[in-house]
Ligand binder design. Structure first.
Ligand SMILES: NC(=O)c1ccc[n+]([C@@H]2O[C@H](COP(=O)([O-])OP(=O)(O)OC[C@H]3O[C@@H](n4cnc5c(N)ncnc54)[C@H](O)[C@@H]3O)[C@@H](O)[C@H]2O)c1
Ligand SMILES: [Zn+2]
Length: 363
């Protein structure tokens, strides 16, 4: 591993700077946490604890370990009293540290507890999915569910330190690898058409060459860092990270979350590029240029049924919309650059969506 790729990354936030440590430094940092004097409360994905017991042994030997399944139900408000009871029973104090080990679900649970327990306890994060490593670990956001409302409650609370060890990727399911790659593709598309072309040319190597994967994980974090440092609270420039997400979230909702998040986002980007050619300034050329890589990344889901009425109902309810009967989304302009657009949910829009889902996507 070259130093440029292995060196840490520091992100500025309203709570001060925090570091992302990579590779051996991440592993050594986690061991040092376990050996240090500061009391820890570890919240760990039970699957990760089972698969990576050796790597995590020092952390898991501590007196406060909460093992959870990574399910959407477990990041629902209704489950939080049990987590609070556990932390109280294990003697949580303000100067203790919560440590999250897992993907986005464990991140969201831990971050929300860190923001609210005792009016704020610090937390650290060891992301174990590609999506969490390449995207969600930086940016301060947490979102939890309440009853049927997904990601409705949340805060902006960055971790103190991120311990990013790509060795965890070895045990991921193929669909979770492609879900993470979806977000990496998104970040490169945001960086511009040239950046997307570079990763598209390396797409196949992501699956077979860990060094290439690490390079793109790091590149994705570097690109995202610039936006979140400028707009941590997502009021302006950072909005662009919703590329693929307005469509993606509606696809996830319409399919009852049968499609992993980053794969739904990949379909959503292809859909945004297509819809922009019908109701916006997007060019056919741009749509065609991105399509082979995006379609490869959602292979297996080209024909997954997306009930159209449910899709439309969900996209009209998106929390980013500003007016009734309109949809706010990120679309490419004529030059392929992405921008926030609000469009009426008129016949032209709905028919572009239907054509994409029913004719373009499976092609
Ligand atoms: N807070 C944010 O900024 C943010 C951003 C994006 C997504 N999210 C949320 O994150 C969740 C999705 O997160 P995710 O895709 O990272 O995964 P996840 O936490 O849902 O985990 C996906 C699956 O991978 C398993 N897993 C985790 N690490 C593994 C490993 N190393 N080896 C084998 N299996 C492993 C889990 O047990 C689970 O079955 C959603 O709830 C989404 O809303 C949050
Ligand atoms: Zn996402």
């Amino acid at each position: 591993m070259s130093d440029a790729v292995g060196a840490g990354l520091t992100v500025r936030s309203h709570k001060g700077p925090y570091d992302v440590l990579f590779g051996d430094r991440a592993a050594a940092g986690l061991d040092a946490l376990a050996a240090g004097g500061r009391p820890l409360h570890v919240i760990v994905d039970e699957r990760v604890a089972d698969l990576h017991g050796d790597r995590l042994a020092p952390l898991l030997a501590g007196p406060s370990v909460l093992r959870l399944a990574a399910t959407e139900t477990n990041k629902s408000l209704e489950k939080f009293p049990a987590y609070v009871d556990h932390l109280v029973a294990t003697g949580i104090r303000r100067d203790h540290l919560l440590v999250a080990v897992g993907g986005g679900i464990i991140q969201d649970i831990t971050c929300f507890l860190a923001a609210t327990m005792l009016r704020g306890v610090e937390w650290a994060f060891c992301p174990t999915t590609l999506l969490a490593q390449a995207d969600s670990c930086i940016g301060s956001k947490s979102s939890i569910n309440s009853a049927a409302a997904k990601n409705i409650l949340g805060t902006f609370t960055p971790p103190r330190t991120i311990y990013l060890d790509v060795a965890f990727q070895a045990t991921l399911d193929a669909r979770d690898v492609r879900s993470g790659i979806g977000e990496i593709l998104k970040v490169h598309a945001i960086d511009g058409p040239e950046s997307f072309a570079v990763i598209a040319a390396d797409y196949d190597r992501l699956f077979t060459e860990p060094d290439v994967m690490l390079r793109y994980v790091r590149a994705a974090l570097e690109i995202k860092k610039a936006y979140i440092e400028e707009d941590e609270f997502d009021r302006g420039p950072r909005n662009i990270f919703n590329y693929g997400h307005t469509f993606g979230h509606a696809i996830e909702a319409a399919t009852e979350f049968a499609i992993p998040h980053g794969i739904a986002v990949t379909i959503g980007m292809d859909m945004a590029n297509f819809v922009a050619t019908r109701v916006g300034d997007g060019s056919e050329d741009h749509f065609r240029r991105l399509r082979p890589t995006l379609a490869a990344n959602y292979e297996g889901f080209q024909s997954h049924p997306v009930p159209f009425d449910a899709f439309l109902g969900a996209i009209l309810k998106d929390k980013k919309n500003t007016g009734a009967g309109s949809v706010t989304m990120i679309l490419p302009g004529a030059d392929g650059r992405l921008a926030k657009v609000t469009h009426a949910a008129d016949d032209a829009f709905t028919s572009a969506c239907r054509t994409f889902l029913e004719e373009v996507r499976p092609a």
